[in-house]
Design a protein around this ligand. Sequence first.
Ligand code: UDP
Length: 339
Amino acid sequence: MRVLLTGGAGYIGAHTAVALIEAGHDVIIVDDLSGTSAEAVARIETITGAAVPLLVADVRDEAAVAGFVAEHAPVDAVIHLAGLKAVGESMAEPVRYYDVNLGTTIALLKVMDTAGIRSLVFSSSATVYGTPEQLPLTEESPTGIDLANPYGKTKRIIEEILSDAAAADPGLAVVSLRYFNPVGAHTSGLIGEDPNGIPNNLMPFVSRVAIGSLEQVAVFGDDYDTPDGTGLRDYIHVSDLAAGHVAALEHAASGYAVYNLGTGEPVSVLDLIAAFERASGRSIPQVIVARRPGDVAASYADPAKAQRELGWTADLSIDDACRDYWNWQTQNPDGYPRG
Ligand code: UDP
């Protein structure tokens, strides 16, 4: 298949591009490079030996994306990863989040319709569940419980839009993948996560402390109702996540489907820091601070549906993820070179 990857130069996109190419597919990428660098695409090419055409554009620019798709016709499927993803930022700038995340999706659906592309995989998030009523989370768990942040709401609204689009058009195959917490990096150390500024997420923050560019990790609360009092999450290696996209694409059938992509294994903040200390051989200073507003105590997947229907499971451990993240970090202490 030839696959259009929106946001394909980003963290999850670059790993998905590599996985697609290694599975025998062709990849073309549209990315506005607002959260990454063209170097990521060069490195996808280095890892795979394949040429990967890149259009630097905002996906809301329908004419540009349609032109790119026509130039590379036939395009068989789209994986839509372009979007804004910082929870805190979405509280400060909700309109921008709705504009970009919904706008890119709607523009893309229109381009797909015109070009006759019948298959779409969307990057959703376990955030859509809000505060879990029961764990582990299954795809039938209610969504939107106390969901306060615009980022999560955009993902939930997009899922509704996609479900409506699939219901109205029997030829359309749409899959939403609800990611748990992506971590790790490609084993080559050539591609990885490259956050702008000070990271918000735990593993990139811990890694910066290990390498000495940040002083200490603030652990957001140790008074949760969890075994060690710190938050539990389901950290999934980005290469496993990438493989989940390939499986979803290859199994996509007409209609709308949703899958959790997680390991099913809850890991605490303290567990993750300890795993990173082992992987890096560095000691990681840490301090307990107040809970971060909006955080849930625990969130982890029941990944059985993806295993049953897509034949996919997460194979890599938190130790693998820390090793690979550290390898990426030490080889690229300042992320991708920016030109
Ligand atoms: N966390 C933390 N310190 C940090 C960043 C995160 O203690 O500097 C905790 C956070 O409270 C949560 C877990 O680490 O329990 C994962 O947070 P992250 O922001 O990576 O992902 P989230 O699950 O919030 O999307």
